[in-house]
Design a protein around this ligand. Structure first.
Ligand SMILES: Nc1ncnc2c1ncn2[C@@H]1O[C@H](COP(=O)(O)OP(=O)(O)OP(=O)(O)O)[C@@H](O)[C@H]1O
Ligand SMILES: [Mg+2]
Length: 329
């Protein structure tokens, strides 16, 4: 199905399982932090698809985007969810906490504008606002890199330093409003960089692909996040291919959800546009016409704002083949 055909579908059309609108008739398997809502509110949200989502919870919402396994789509998620939030009118600061291997600036096309990093702010070599790189397209989106590419985490830089930076953002004195969202792009693994990245967060988005290696790591990371006191953990299942799921060559989103027991924030299809947009430094959600993955990221952003989740469901496939796990709203 082309993106243009997609646009002609209503957002909640069951013909396209990735694009269930936020809030519709959804319950999660294990709604760890899901706020039960008045059913009337749900109906209103379906009818008012063009409304602005209601920001839930105290701000700034400090959200770490993590995974355990590398290369599953954390940075892609941070860029696309972050810019979607900015487009919805929220003020967003994205922190690239992947020290030494930073690449969020590349995905956003901002690499030539990073003159200072958080390390220089903490050393007193520049002000915080000088290290915040404002996006060219959405001025309410700013990027903060922890350090220069290929550099090592400076001695003494840890979770406390990141907490200090988040506090400084809350009470910023440069005349700009404090962020509604601070998104922290976490490095892969569970070592010092991971611990630093999760320290200031009060919620987490766990990105996983539907394969057992990513799931094992995601499960381990979920345990570590919970130990750190982060109870609001939602997952994004990325690089999903319905053709493989139908052929039973890929785990379904329902299987993933049953294994991890986390609320589902979004399901992102495998989409070659992601790689194209990465290389152009132009996040997918800005594409016109929108792509499948771009629309799915936008919906994930919407759910994040409202602290909502979607549901993985079983959908009837061709009658002869019986029932297959599928996903949708
Ligand atoms: N839905 C998708 N469809 C196709 N390609 C994707 C999708 N999501 C991510 N990718 C590709 O996967 C690769 C890894 O993505 P990304 O850099 O976001 O992962 P990461 O988890 O941040 O990696 P790392 O652990 O190294 O920081 C990139 O080349 C990206 O373009
Ligand atoms: Mg990354």
């Amino acid at each position: 199905m082309s993106a243009l055909q997609l646009l002609s579908l209503k957002p909640h059309s069951s013909s396209y399982p990735f694009l269930s609108p936020p809030s519709i008739f959804s319950k999660t398997l294990k709604p760890k932090t899901h706020q039960p809502k008045n059913p009337k509110t749900h109906i209103v949200s379906v009818l008012q698809w063009n409304r602005k989502p209601q920001l839930s919870g105290p701000t700034p919402r400090v959200v770490v985007i993590t995974s355990g396994k590398g290369g599953v789509g954390k940075t892609t998620t941070t860029a696309n969810v972050g810019l979607s939030l900015a487009r919805l009118g929220f003020s967003v600061v994205a922190i690239d906490a992947d020290v030494g291997l930073r690449n969020l600036d590349l995905l956003l096309g901002l690499e030539n504008r990073v003159n200072y990093t958080a390390v220089e702010v903490l050393a007193g070599d520049c002000r915080l606002d000088q290290a915040l790189v404002r996006d060219k397209r959405w001025s309410n989106f700013e990027l903060l890199c922890i350090s220069k590419p290929r550099s090592k985490l400076p001695l003494g830089f840890g979770g406390k330093a990141l907490i200090w930076l988040v506090d400084a953002l809350k009470s910023r004195s440069d005349g700009r409003r404090p962020p509604d969202f601070v998104l922290i792009d976490c490095p892969a693994g569970i070592d010092a960089g991971f611990i630093t990245a999760i320290t200031p967060a009060n919620e987490a988005v766990l990105v996983t692909t539907p394969d057992i290696t990513a799931l094992r790591d995601a499960d381990r990371v979920t345990g570590l996040l919970e130990c750190d006191g982060i109870k609001d953990i939602k997952m994004i299942v990325n690089r999903v291919r319905t053709d493989l799921i139908r052929g039973e060559d890929m785990m379904s989103v329902l299987d993933v959800q049953e294994m991890l027991g986390l609320a589902l924030l979004g399901v992102i299809p495998e989409d070659s546009e992601v790689i194209r947009s990465t290389n152009r430094g132009y996040p997918l959600v800005l594409n016109k016409p929108p792509t499948l993955a771009g629309l799915a990221f936008e919906q994930a952003a919407w759910r994040l704002v409202e602290q909502d989740s979607m549901k993985a469901v079983m959908v009837e496939e061709e009658p002869k083949k019986g029932f297959f796990s599928f996903f949708g709203g």
